[in-house]
Ligand binder design. Structure first.
Ligand SMILES: Cc1cc2nc3c(=O)[nH]c(=O)nc-3n(C[C@H](O)[C@H](O)[C@H](O)COP(=O)(O)OP(=O)(O)OC[C@H]3O[C@@H](n4cnc5c(N)ncnc54)[C@H](O)[C@@H]3O)c2cc1C
Length: 468
């Protein structure tokens, strides 16, 4: 990964807009650039584009959509922006939060109406940090459906996606204008292509173990469940180009990846009154602050595991989520007619689980103070049949990256823009602040799609001679 002088670039072909990465951000950027009138080429390292997008649940938070209005849900960009800001404790870029929140509803409707992505609102529980129902997902709630729909849309617009093409080097003028990109093929051959504008959509650095250990040591020993091909290239090039970098310690963790299956267990079971215990049958945290910060809580427990304890009433809203169905069909959901039977099934102390459940039930009635300051008020006691899933904590993707302005243009430390580089999704600084606790549920695909669209539109306008 290097940034080289333009004099060394040898290329015959040039494209107006070049996008690196064919996940949700890159594909959304490509669709928007094409709509803005620019020809566009996407470079993707894998033989078949997947990215973290395919591994995800595919849920995108958006405010003020017709899907919400149809269910009578009052939402607005200001409410979404306030929720994101609160979760990040105000330690992020307010202008980007506002721009993303404003673009969220129109982006989801644009993806549906112009590009055939089918959405349905998730009902039955609120995700951590959200004031209202606003998670939009594909029919089976999978990232695979989202990625496939975006690829089909790109196909309909005749957007070229060159696969098995790993971008390795950028050629840049002294002012930071990138004029060409070199990429390598699986057989080791290298090619170079010129560009008028560049969109960095190659996500974060979760796939570079060394970089994770250096920037985020607390999560380095957890499993990485994101796309292994995301090796921090945007950060590496950005640093050499003189771009500002921020929040490299920020990431999306997840505190309930089903063991040994690898599917995330939906947080809805906890949001509606379930809880987590360790192998001693004891709770250890406030489970509903968010799933990201819960990753380190879970891997700090004996054996780095915990059990999500819930019942069939809490299970109901997540039936139909492909991830849950997979865990279920593989035998990962243990069920029992009584708590003591459940404890025996899980191999955890019967008395401890009974005490934990009794204590939670007192908190449900508003009696006593929860040691971890979680409110259980208004939730009903768990009922037979009781359910449990064994989980661990994992890293899903990193949230730090190149700093961008509201038009998704990459900025220098003095906030002046680099001439022709844009970024979004996991490649750009996220909305989460400096650490793990600021990750707002769904912020990954929210920034991938909204900033992808903004980056593509801005890049398209720039090459057409307009203002980015
Ligand atoms: C299990 C799981 C569940 C998740 N669920 C959700 C969810 O429901 N909602 C949500 O908002 N977020 C979720 N996330 C996070 C979300 O998946 C990511 O934030 C989002 O997909 C990032 O999109 P992206 O386009 O930036 O990156 P990606 O989708 O990872 O795409 C980046 C692409 O760039 C390619 N690439 C990298 N480097 C190069 C290079 N040098 N040259 C060429 N190509 C390159 C990669 O191969 C990849 O295809 C989840 C993550 C995981 C792991």
């Amino acid at each position: 990964m290097a940034v080289l002088p333009v004099a060394e670039a040898r290329f015959e072909y040039s494209v107006p807009v070049l996008v690196i990465g064919a996940g949700a951000c890159g594909l959304t950027a490509a669709l928007a650039a094409k709509e803005a009138g620019a020809d566009v080429l996407v470079l993707e390292r894998d033989a078949k584009p997947t990215g973290s997008t395919t591994l995800s649940t595919g849920l995108i938070p958006a405010a003020g959509t017709r899907y919400q209005k149809a269910l009578g849900i009052a939402d607005a960009p200001e409410l979404l922006a306030g929720d994101i800001w609160r979760k990040a404790k105000g330690q992020t870029d307010r202008a980007i939060v506002d721009a993303v929140a404003a673009a969220s509803g129109p982006t989801v409707e644009w993806l549906a109406d112009h590009h055939g992505v089918a959405f349905k609102l998730v009902e039955g529980f609120l995700y951590p940090g959200h004031s209202v129902l606003r998670m939009h997902g594909t029919p089976h709630r999978t990232g695979e459906e989202l990625e496939s729909a975006l690829l089909a849309a790109a196909g309909r617009l005749d957007i070229d996606i060159m696969t098995s093409a790993t971008a390795t080097d950028l050629f840049a003028q002294s002012d930071g204008r990138v004029t060409a990109v070199r990429f390598s093929r699986p057989d080791g051959t290298q090619e170079t292509i010129g560009c008028g504008a560049l969109v960095l959509a190659c996500c974060g650095f979760g796939g570079d173990k060394e970089m994770v250990r250096r920037e985020i040591p607390e999560i380095a020993d957890a499993e990485f469940w994101g796309h292994v091909g995301n090796k921090g290239d945007a950060v590496k090039w950005g640093r050499e180009l003189g771009a500002a970098l921020a929040d490299l310690g920020s990431y999306q963790g997840h505190g309930a990846v089903a063991v040994p299956y690898g599917n995330p267990l939906n947080w809805g079971v906890l949001m509606n009154g379930g809880y987590q215990v360790n192998s001693l049958g004891l709770r250890f945290s406030n489970e509903v602050r968010g799933y990201s910060e819960q990753a380190v809580e879970v891997i700090a427990q004996p054996g780095k595991i915990a059990w999500d304890i819930f019942d069939e009433i809490r299970e109901r809203p997540i039936l139909g989520f492909a991830d849950y169905e997979a865990i279920h069909s593989l035998g990962g959901v243990r069920k029992a007619a009584s708590l003591s039977e459940l404890a025996a099934l899980l191999g955890i102390p019967v008395d401890a689980l009974a005490r934990t459940d009794a204590e939670v039930n007192l908190r449900r009635e508003g009696k006593g103070e929860d040691r971890w300051h979680r409110s259980f008020r208004g939730t009903q006691p768990l009922q037979a049949p009781f359910c449990a899933v064994k989980v661990t904590g994992a890293l899903f993707h990193t949230q730090g990256g190149v700093v961008i302005g509201a038009s998704a243009r990459v900025l220098r430390p003095d906030r002046s823009p680099l001439p022709n580089i844009f970024a979004g999704g996991g490649a750009a600084r996220g909305l989460s602040g400096p650490s793990n606790w600021g990750y707002f549920s769904g912020a990954g695909l929210l920034t991938a799609t909204t900033l992808g669209r903004i980056a593509g539109t801005s890049a398209g306008r720039l090459v057409a001679g307009g203002n980015a």
